[in-house]
Structure formats: C-alpha cells, structure tokens
Ligand binder design. Structure first.
Ligand code: FES
Length: 103
C-alpha cells in the first residue's frame, strides 16, 4: 500500500463522520470534516479499540463513541491527558475522489 489508493467519493462520506474501507484485513475509517478535509485512521481507538468511524468529528479531532477520548485525525494521537496512538494514513481529495496511502 505504498501508492495512493482510491477509496470513495467525497460525497459518500458523511460530513463530520466517516466511512469505513477494508484493506487486507484492516478496517480503516475515512473521515470528513466541515471543511471537506479528509483523514484516515485505523478504525480502532487506542484506548479499548472503540470504532472511531462511529465518532463525531470536531475540526481535526474525532471523539471516540465509547469513552469520549479525543483523537487527532492527522496523527492518530490521543489528546492529552489521554495517551495512545491510532495508526494514521495519508489522505487527500482530488476532483471529488478520496485517496489514502500508507505512511
Ligand atoms: S475505546 Fe475509545 S475512548 Fe475508550
């Protein structure tokens, strides 16, 4: 997964939410914020593996639906005081198509 991979059309991703895609056996959450920026994280919270794809996006963070940790969408890092990191991917939009790439 070293090249950009097309995963969705931008309008298939709910604003302030996410859509999941499966790569090999990994589920990846592809998020869209209010500015139509896109981000991609492994769909697993660093706390207890909650489904980040079901969280609400605020700016450049997502709130985990299980215990409300906030996760930075660009890095996957938990916002302090919580500690942990979800695996992050590069993501971009070109001509309304969303692509992701391994880091
Ligand atoms: S599993 Fe995400 S905050 Fe607990």
């Amino acid at each position: 997964m070293n090249d950009w991979i097309k995963v969705a059309q931008l309008d298939e991703i709910p604003a302030l939410g996410a859509r999941t895609v499966t790569m090999d056996t990994m589920t990846i959450a592809v998020f869209r914020n209010s500015k139509d920026d896109v981000f991609a994280l492994k769909d697993e919270c660093p706390h207890k593996k909650g489904p980040l794809s079901q969280g609400i996006v605020h700016g450049t963070t997502v709130t985990c639906p299980l215990h409300n940790w906030k996760i930075e969408l660009d890095t996957g890092e938990a916002v302090a005081p919580d500690k942990g990191c979800a695996h992050a991917f590069d993501a971009k939009v070109e001509a309304g198509i969303v692509y992701i790439k391994a880091r």
